[in-house]
Ligand binder design. Structure first.
Ligand code: DX5
Ligand code: ZN
Length: 232
């Protein structure tokens, strides 16, 4: 779908809560809900796949119990297979890193088998680090519902957007050009000054953290939506 044919509802906003006030998680979630974002983005980090630890899947489960927002979980972990069985029970999108899985076809089949057997509805997504090539994606057409393009090296919020990822976004868009229901997500360093470029390159699912949680989240989401409105 060309950018010009899109509507504001076609561009999803996902709030990554790690830049928020974690010590008042219920207040943080409530404010985020009031800001009318589309998803909550949960950055699970194990201190191995990335040099940082945020929270585990049990905290993610607790967050599910205090919000009605759909959850997109970003597993920045080695051995993601250890977490799948639990997280599919309560997330709406599950993103694992392609760099952490040796046999992705078998892995995705297993996840989809679990989802089907439990009668769940979970989108399966692949997260891709900035330096990781994307040629493999053409073989995964039809296997994944979301492609999470990291626009920073993962592990921390507040980092600078890597401009060269614009090329990658447009290449990914080309690979999944006729799969309109696939989320092309960008994650890392996104703000009101670069969101126009990422949407024009083909992104339709925007993860933001520090831009949203610096100051008033309601105003920041309104700002982002007004920029999106001008682009589409
Ligand atoms: C980085 C995380 C991102 C990050 C986004 O490893 O996956 O979700 O929290 O934060 P900002 O928008 O501040 O770059
Ligand atoms: Zn993330």
């Amino acid at each position: 779908m060309e950018v010009k044919d899109k509507k504001i509802k076609d561009i999803k906003i996902s709030a990554s809560i790690i830049a928020g006030d974690f010590y008042n998680i219920e207040k943080l979630i409530k404010e985020t809900e009031e800001a009318s974002v589309d998803y909550l983005h949960l950055d699970v980090m194990d201190g191995n796949f990335v040099p940082n630890i945020t929270f585990g899947v049990s905290i993610a489960k607790k967050i599910k119990s205090i919000t009605n927002l759909p959850l997109d979980i970003h597993l920045m972990v080695n051995n993601p297979e250890n977490y799948i069985k639990e997280v599919i029970e309560y997330v709406d999108i599950l993103n694992f890193h392609i760099e952490a899985v040796r046999f992705p076809f078998r892995f995705i089949e297993n996840i989809k088998e679990m989802i089907f057997t439990k009668g769940l509805k979970v989108k399966v997504g692949i997260a891709i680090n900035p330096i990781t090539e994307i040629n493999f994606l053409k073989y995964l057409r039809g296997y994944v519902d979301s492609i999470l393009i990291m626009t920073v090296d993962p592990g921390f919020f507040g980092q600078k957007f890597i401009e060269n990822m614009l090329i990658k976004i447009s290449l990914v868009r080309e690979i999944v050009r006729d799969c309109d229901d696939v989320f092309i997500s960008v994650d890392g360093g996104i703000n009101d000054t670069n969101i126009e470029k990422v949407i024009k390159a083909g992104a339709n699912y925007i993860v933001l953290s520090s831009f949203l949680y610096k100051g008033n989240i309601i105003k920041n989401v309104e700002k982002i939506k007004s920029v999106i409105q001008k682009v589409i």
